[in-house]
Design a protein around this ligand. Structure first.
Ligand code: GDP
Ligand code: MN
Length: 386
């Protein structure tokens, strides 16, 4: 799960990391009101999940209300396209206004999981700012790493090494860096984060060390124990069908092809997509209805697939183990009655209660329904039909 910069700044501040004062605005008027309270020189920043905002023109320094109005109006009415968004870009719904700092140096500090070493790793570089990806590619030695013991956490000697790597020597900078690194590590571990970055961490011309940008991503599997993080969810940049599927307990990922897939089991769903591609088709989605799927969940799955205008055919592939073939057959019949099959639906059922399922489908005489002998036959039939 991703959160916005303004939420990440709040978590950092709670963890004891110095962050400049800031406010959130959802309209030009709110931005102007916030500017009235902050005043002076501010930075206006689009709150979207993608990075690369600075280079895309969605981080702007403003010295007066007119500039704030212009920047806010631009960002709220233009999609932001950066190297992290793809060509379609993303719409901006919220802005952050922060008191601008006079920057003497920009640093990078970040934390993630090193899967090879199976532990968290903290990284620091004195070449922070908007080019950190290029630093990582061109000059990886400029990023210093310290691996954390899973139970001992970030140790004082590691903080000293990382602070030295940043080239900080003045006593107040060393202390502020120690607070920042320790705060970042505690936030990362406490909330089951998968990524926590401050880029840039800046030294200001008046000698302070502050976090000016923050990005935090959480492990979805840990969210059940962090209600405060879950409450930060913003689904405005997500695919609406994926949100709808999640609410019904379905694992659904929208794809670019035209063959809708309804399958039980993630592995079988992957194999089904492979077979569709093997026979010349392109899947429109990944969908695992899961073993404990209810009739209502299965009908919702059909609704989501059939409402996708790209879908020109559907492949239903059920290997009934815990999931029952007859429950899927009933859902198929109910979905056919409710929305109608305007495209061919090829069905391959095997396993628990398959005889009853076949009987139900036979009796219902659903138009547009094709039955398949086996999975290859099903993939061939749906590709031919499409
Ligand atoms: P990103 O491009 O999405 O990572 O957005 P950032 O928040 O990191 O902003 C990009 C760049 O804008 C930073 O690296 C800074 O150089 C600049 N910037 C951000 N905030 C300030 C500020 O308060 N003062 C000044 N002078 N520059 C800033
Ligand atoms: Mn940044």
């Amino acid at each position: 799960m991703k959160i916005h910069e303004y939420q990440a700044r709040q978590l950092l501040a709670e963890a004891g990391v110095p962050v400049p004062p800031a406010e959130v605005a959802s309209s030009v008027d709110e931005a102007l009101a916030a500017y009235g309270r902050i005043g002076g020189r501010v930075v206006v920043k689009a709150q979207v999940f993608a990075g690369g905002r600075g280079k895309a023109g969605f981080v702007r320094l403003c010295d007066n209300a007119d500039q704030v109005r212009e920047a806010a109006a631009f960002m709220l009415t233009h999609r932001m396209v950066s190297r992290q968004t793809g060509p379609a870009g993303v719409a901006v719904h919220k802005l952050l206004l922060a008191a601008a700092m006079d920057i003497a140096a920009e640093y990078y500090v970040g934390m993630t999981i090193d899967r090879g070493r199976r532990c968290p790793v903290m990284m620091a570089s004195r070449e922070g700012g908007v080019e950190i990806e290029e630093v990582a590619a061109r000059n990886p030695e400029a990023i210093v790493k310290e691996w954390l013991h899973p139970h001992l956490g970030l140790q004082p000697f590691q903080i000293r090494r990382l602070t030295q790597a940043l080239g900080l020597t003045a006593k107040e900078h060393v202390q502020a860096a120690a607070r920042t690194l320790a705060g970042l590590a505690s936030l990362f571990l406490r909330y089951d984060a998968t990524l926590a970055e401050i880029n840039p961490l800046v030294r200001t011309t008046d000698g302070r060390l502050l976090a000016l940008d923050a990005k935090v991503t959480f492990d979805d599997n840990g969210l059940f124990r962090h209600a405060a993080i879950t409450a930060m969810t913003d689904t405005s940049e997500e695919n609406p069908d994926e949100i709808r599927a999640r609410a019904a307990g379905l694992s659904y990922i929208a794809l670019d092809g035209n063959i809708g897939c309804l399958v039980n089991g993630a592995g079988l769903a992957m194999a089904t997509m492979d077979l569709i591609k093997l026979h010349g088709g392109e899947p429109a989605n990944f969908l695992d209805v899961g073993g404990s799927v209810t009739a209502e969940g299965a009908i919702e799955a059909f609704r989501i697939i059939l409402a996708d205008p790209k879908v020109k055919g559907v492949l239903v592939n059920i290997f009934g183990g815990i999931a029952k073939c007859d429950l899927i057959a009933e859902a198929l019949i109910a979905a056919a009655r409710e929305v109608g099959f305007h495209v061919p639906v090829v069905v391959r059922l095997e396993g628990t209660n398959v005889e009853r399922a076949r009987q139900l489908l036979n009796d219902a005489q659903v138009s547009g329904l094709l039955t398949a002998e086996d999975l290859t036959d099903a993939a061939q039939k749906v590709c031919a039909a499409v």
